[in-house]
Design a protein around this ligand. Sequence first.
Ligand code: RBV
Length: 408
Amino acid sequence: MKSKIGLGKEEYLWAKNRMPILTNLVRKYSKNRILGDFNLGMCLHITKETAVLVMGLAEVGARISLCAANPLSSKENVSEFLRYHNSNVDIFVNRQDDIDSFYNNMDKVLDTNPQIVTDDGAELHKKAVYRDQSFVGGTEETTSGVNRLRRLSNEGLLSYPVIAVNESLMKQLLDNGHGTGQSTLEGIINTTGIIVASKRIVVCGYGWVGKGVARCARGLGAKVTITEVEPLKAMEAFFDGYEVDELEKLLSINDIFITCTGQINIIGREHFSKLKDGAILCNAGHFDVEIDVRYLDRIYPRHYEPKPNVTCYTVNDALGKSKRIYVMTKGRVVNLIGAEGNSPEVMDISFSNQFLAIVYLSKMSSKLANRVYKPPRKLDNKLARLALSRYKIRIDKLSQEQKDYFKK
Ligand code: RBV
């Protein structure tokens, strides 16, 4: 039987072979060890794709301390592989779902005095603020994290520059817009084994992630309805051909609810008893706050797990009739816990962005203010060209006459 380390290595290599953009960047920068002796603190989902990023950073000279961005998303084989395969990588990850050690591990990463921190969800950034700890700079991978960092920045609490990798258009298009949609449906299918075709699915939130989830669900044959609070996004969803309605009206007639909002209590105590028997609830947003699982656990302590990653609660409706509702992956990121997260091809773009942002900070941070920066469009264009050449797609060039016409 193969060891966990051996299996982790195979997964790492599988991902690496599908992440050529990042691998080429690493090759290019490893000659002069561009991050030579730089100390990086990282809080990311510990997946095979993250292993490719971390091993790449070690190859260009960095020393890395890594902890998990979610108490349930770490892939054990991968963390075992990282633990034993690179002396430049320290990995702090414990038994799954142990919330105390999850946060303690962030402290352990910060205790190593990193010069640059990379986060997914801004928990590490937030902890650094509490600890009054500063860095050369930081990066942030996800929408919820960037929103938090902007709040910290507005309150004048940010003491170092942060590059919001999430706001690169390439990241939003591919990772948020396509990757998460597919991996969310994978999470639901892997975990429950249901057929999606014919199901009535509600997608709460029509941002980048909601759009991708809705598209994938519709592509698999579901009847999709969107809920929104922003009129422009609701109009967009309507003209993309979806039903749009208030959640309250949808509770009793839909089979699956997927939250993609970044907000709290999207499906809360006032909703559970109105759901139909057998309804499935899951969350694709970064934090486990969108479905009020804490309320369910408190009020229905006799819940049980009919299968891994599915919790069944029996609730009574207004007429006293009991029904079962199923919450997936404890209301946490269904795409990373129920499946493997976004595909290596998608993470190739996201993590190339991270890699370039870290290299940029290592050289340029003294020229930056203590605020949140959007990656420059120039970088997006560069990554788009690299991605097009990876897929052997050629595009046209403007003629001189056309360039002159634009100047007029
Ligand atoms: N995400 N990482 C993976 N396979 O490592 N999959 C998804 C992976 C990131 C993604 O970039 C998103 O912004 C974030 O997880 C949400 O926490």
